[in-house]
Design a protein around this ligand. Structure first.
Ligand code: GLN
Length: 259
C-alpha cells in the first residue's frame, strides 16, 4: 500500500512550519509500513492532480497569494476533478482563502479564487486588527476531538451553505472572530487557519486525513495505532499555553482530559 502526497507551492506558501504537515503524513504512514511518495510542485510545474491521494498547500501573505492564485486558477478544473474522485486537499490559511470564491486583500484588486470551497474572505485593510494567537477548536469530524494550533491572519472568512466548518472555536478567533466557526470542509477538501504546524500536534486529524486519502485507491483501511507520547506532550504544552494566554478553566479541563 502507498500514499501519493503532493506539496503544492512548497517554496511560495510555507509559513510557521507548514512543511511539518507533510513530514508528519510521511512519518505516520512509514511507521505503519505504508510507502509514501512526495511530489513537490511549484508555479508552472506539470502536475496531474488526479494521480495524487492528498494535496497539501500552506499559508502565505497577500503578495505570495497574488502569485500563487494565478497558477492555482490554471489548475482549478484538475483539482476539482481530483477532489471529486476522492483526492484529499488540505489548505492552510493563505491557500485556504484562495480555494474560496474570492479574497479581497488589504490593498489592490480582489483575487478571484478557484471556487472549490463555498466561502469568501475579506481583509479589512492595513491597520485593522489581525487575528493572532494560539487557537483550539473542537473538530467536527467524528473521533478527531480538539485541534490546537496558531493563527495569524488579517482576512476574515465567511462560509456559504455549501461548506461545513472544520470545527467550533473554543479559544481564539477562527474564520472571522465572530461566529465561532473555524476552517471549512467540503467533500474531501479541508481548509483551516491553524498553523504551527497543524498535524504534528494533532495526530488524530493527521490519521483521519490519511485514512480518507487511502480510501480512494484501497477502500477502508484500518490504521494501526502509533505511540503518540511525544505528540500528546506537544498537545498538552500547546493547551497549557492557551490556558495561560486565555484563562478558561473549563477549556483547560477538557483539553487536559482529551489529550
Ligand atoms: N494574507 C492572508 C491574511 O493575512 C493569509 C496570511 C497567512 O497565510 N498567514 O489573511
Amino acid at each position: 500500500m502507498d500514499l501519493r502526497v503532493c506539496h503544492l507551492y512548497p517554496d511560495l506558501l510555507n509559513l510557521y512550519g507548514d512543511r511539518g504537515n507533510v513530514l508528519v503524513l510521511e512519518r505516520r504512514c512509514r511507521d505503519r509500513g505504508i510507502d509514501v511518495s512526495v511530489t513537490r510542485a511549484r508555479v508552472g510545474d506539470a502536475l496531474d492532480a488526479r494521480t495524487q491521494d492528498l494535496i497539501f498547500l500552506g499559508g502565505g501573505e497577500d503578495r505570495q497569494q497574488g502569485v500563487a492564485v494565478v497558477d492555482l486558477r490554471r489548475r482549478a478544473a484538475d483539482l476539482g476533478a481530483a477532489a471529486a474522485s476522492g483526492t484529499v486537499i488540505l489548505a492552510v490559511c493563505g491557500s485556504y482563502q484562495l480555494l474560496g470564491h474570492v479574497y479581497h486583500p488589504a490593498e489592490g484588486p480582489a483575487l478571484e479564487g478557484v471556487h472549490l470551497l463555498d466561502l469568501e474572505t475579506r481583509h479589512p485593510g492595513r491597520g485593522a486588527r489581525r487575528l493572532i494567537g494560539n487557537i483550539a477548536i473542537e473538530c467536527s469530524l467524528p473521533g478527531v476531538g480538539a485541534l490546537v494550533g496558531f493563527e495569524n491572519h488579517g482576512g476574515v472568512t465567511d462560509l456559504g451553505a455549501g461548506a461545513t466548518p472544520l470545527g467550533r472555536v473554543r479559544v481564539g478567533y477562527g474564520n472571522n472572530g465572530e461566529d465561532k466557526t473555524e476552517g471549512a470542509m467540503q467533500g474531501t477538501i479541508f481548509g483551516t487557519y491553524l498553523h504551527g504546524p497543524l498535524l504534528p500536534k494533532n495526530p488524530s486529524f493527521a490519521d483521519a486525513l490519511i485514512g480518507l486519502a487511502l480510501r480512494r485507491r484501497f477502500g477502508e483501511v484500518r490504521l494501526a495505532p502509533l505511540d503518540d507520547d511525544v505528540e500528546s506532550a506537544a498537545r498538552r504544552a500547546a493547551l497549557a499555553r492557551i490556558g495561560a494566554s486565555y484563562p478558561t478553566d473549563r477549556w483547560r479541563g477538557r483539553g487536559a482530559a482529551s489529550s
